[in-house]
Design a protein. Structure first.
Lengths: 116, 109
């Protein structure tokens, strides 16, 4: 596709349930990023994938959060045993490559997650 | 630590007035990027600054990178209602970006 695609666009679930969020990056982009944005707040880095390198997981807030990426394509962010504080917009971005040059990041529209 | 500090957090201006947001780091930055997020939208890349003292312009927007590469600014001349949104700076850090908290601009017509 032309841009970064995220699904679902909205997710409402009960506390304690697991959720899986999906991101389709721009074709040919080797770097993929997940961010969390709480209402009225900035972007909180979660995890970064670059090609076949080990992902940078330094931003994951707890072991309930995990993410996978298949090669240089789709990524899924999984949150287990969701808590109310997990309510936020989860944004995915991709860039041509990562590394020191920090290519511009292209963002998807996000998944708005609401935990009841 | 790793954060970039952005000020002000909010700014309300009358249409036609100028606007500036500032981004500061305690450490030297290798590069800095600026993004704009419209209400209800996602961040959109505006520009990247790499060189000490660099100044770049995009129409009414002027971006500066400090001589010491520890601060940056975005200045909008003669704001318009289309400028409404949150402006984020982001610093490069081992392949990922660390975003500031953003400055939210509101423009009164």
């Amino acid at each position: 596709g032309a841009g970064v695609s995220q699904s679902p666009s909205n997710k409402v679930t009960e506390k304690g349930k697991d959720v899986e969020l999906r991101c389709d990056p721009i074709s040919g982009h080797t770097a993929l990023y997940w961010y969390r944005q709480r209402l009225g707040q900035g972007l909180e880095f979660l995890i970064y994938f670059q090609g076949n390198s080990a992902p940078d997981k330094s931003g994951l807030p707890s072991d309930r959060f995990s993410a996978e990426r298949t090669g240089e394509s789709v990524s899924t962010l999984t949150i287990q045993r969701t808590q109310q504080e997990d309510s936020a917009v989860y944004l995915c971005a991709s860039s041509l490559d990562g590394g020191a040059n920090n290519q511009p990041q292209h963002f998807g529209d996000g998944t708005r997650l609401s935990i009841l | 630590g790793q954060q970039v500090m952005q000020i002000p957090q909010y700014q309300h201006v009358q249409e036609g007035e100028d606007f500036t947001t500032y981004c500061n780091s305690s450490t030297t930055l290798s590069n800095i990027q600026w993004y704009k997020q419209r209400p209800g939208g996602h961040p959109v890349f505006l520009i990247q600054l790499v060189k000490s003292g660099e100044v770049k312009k995009q129409k009414r927007l002027t971006f500066q990178f400090g001589e010491a590469k520890k601060n940056s600014s975005l200045h909008i001349t003669a704001t318009q209602t289309t400028d409404v949104g949150t402006y984020f700076c982001a610093k490069g850090n081992t392949g990922k970006l660390i975003f500031g908290q953003g400055t939210t601009l509101q423009v009164k017509p």
